[in-house]
Write a protein that binds this ligand. Structure first.
Ligand SMILES: [Fe+2]
Length: 183
């Protein structure tokens, strides 16, 4: 599926601006990670862009989170099973069966930290350094909702050293920054 079509589905199913921005930030990180790992940025991007597609509409029924997204995407005619599996991978360990479905967990966490960090900088995402992000990682009171362990354990999980991972993630966020008002 082409990007404009994929992006249109976000407008169709996500209701809140903050959700749309989160999805696009994770898309940027996933694309950069795919690039770095020699995988397919377009498919990894879709996983990031859609992983929380149902977030605004499953708040009252969290059991449906992820499953609802897959149902919608199938009804839209989308049939890439590995992408659908990776979307479930961000929620269910049993779906973390390959690199793409495992990477989404780490991309989700680091994007949360990076966006929070960008929002408190005058230059937003521009010029952000690995060192400054690691400082934020240590500051427990900063963006407390971010699962820090999912950033720290990235090397044992997808084989990318944490500093390297954060550097790639920063460039991923920067690549989508203009679209989410972070440039
Ligand atoms: Fe997410």
């Amino acid at each position: 599926m082409e990007r404009p079509e994929a992006r249109a589905l976000v407008d169709k199913y996500a209701d809140k601006d903050i959700t749309v921005r989160h999805l696009i930030s994770v898309e940027g990180v996933m694309r950069a990670l795919a690039d770095r790992l020699g995988a397919d940025p377009d498919r990894w991007g879709l996983v990031g862009l859609w992983h929380d597609l149902d977030y605004d509409r499953t708040q009252d029924d969290l059991e449906r989170h992820g499953l609802q997204t897959v149902e919608w995407l199938r009804s839209e005619g989308f049939t890439d099973e590995e992408v659908l599996n990776a979307i479930l991978g961000h929620r269910f360990e049993q779906n973390q069966t390959d690199l793409m479905s495992t990477a989404i967990v780490h991309a989700d966490a680091v994007a949360g930290l990076l966006v929070a960090a960008a929002l408190v900088r005058p230059q937003k995402a521009a010029g952000m350094s690995v060192k400054s992000v690691k400082k934020k990682l240590k500051e427990k009171s900063f963006a407390p909702g971010v699962e820090r362990e999912e950033i720290r354990n990235v090397e044992s999980s997808i084989g990318l050293a944490m500093d390297d991972f954060i550097g790639v993630a920063i460039s991923g966020l920067q690549s989508v920054a203009p679209e989410i008002d972070l440039s």
